[in-house]
Design a protein around this ligand. Structure first.
Ligand code: IYR
Length: 224
């Protein structure tokens, strides 16, 4: 049994705004985040490491199950490792597009123009592989169960993407399936399950994006 007593401290960093400021801030955040678009063509142009480090620190603030922080973020910049990831991901994707994907799924993907070729895995300067930890291993070697892992890691990944976008970098959320090859290539332990792979960089100079739109407020919400 866990007998540690809860300790509470004043929430000194909470900032209160007047209503006008609150509305303006919510609008400014929406205006910033609505400009985010997934891109599939990247420039090899480098950017400071600290942008990714700060984005991961931001991701690590996410609300999560029992504050057990069940995530690991592997930053991949080594061209040889990126190449291994590309080769393994393209092998899985070839299987997916040619055999595994049902027609309904392929039809849903058609507007995005995706296929099994993933050159961006080598061209972009960095990949972040996000892992969720079903359990953690304590320093004493004991397995500690984690809770709400996919919810927690999903929220953290949202913050990660928002941070990178606000810094001026583009991302691509890539989910080769299955992703077990990422544990092998990156030497990550088996309690860490790949959640998704984020490609990070500047968009290619001549990048184009699918002409798609987001649903309206009334389509995605209801009032009760
Ligand atoms: N993992 C594949 C297929 C894919 C699936 C969905 I759902 C997407 O939104 C995009 C792609 C790929 O990366 O091509």
């Amino acid at each position: 049994m866990n007998s540690s007593k809860p300790e509470f401290v004043p929430y000194e960093n909470y900032r209160r705004f007047n209503h006008g400021e609150m509305v303006a801030r919510s609008r400014a955040f929406y205006e910033m985040i609505r400009k985010r678009r997934t891109v599939r063509e990247f420039s090899p142009e480098p950017f400071p490491d600290e942008i990714i480090e700060n984005a991961i620190l931001a991701a690590g603030t996410a609300p999560n199950g029992a504050n057990l922080q069940p995530w690991h973020f592997a930053i991949v910049r080594d061209p040889a490792i990126k190449q291994k990831i590309r080769v393994a991901a393209e092998a899985e994707e070839q299987e997916f597009y040619q055999t595994r994907a049902p027609q309904e799924w392929l039809d849903a993907l058609a507007p995005l123009g995706t296929d099994e070729h993933k050159p961006f895995l080598e061209i972009a300067p960095a990949l972040i592989v996000v892992f969720g930890k079903a359990y953690s291993v304590s320093p004493a070697g004991k397995n500690v169960k984690n809770y709400y892992v996919s919810e927690s890691v999903g929220i953290a990944t949202g913050l990660l993407i928002a941070s990178l976008h606000s810094a001026g970098l583009a991302t691509l959320t890539h989910t080769p399936s299955p992703m077990a090859f990422l544990n092998e290539i990156l030497g990550r332990p088996k309690n860490e399950r790949p959640f998704l792979l984020l490609v990070v960089g500047y968009p290619a100079a001549d990048v184009t994006i699918p002409n798609i739109s987001k649903k309206t407020l009334s389509e995605i919400s209801s009032i009760h």
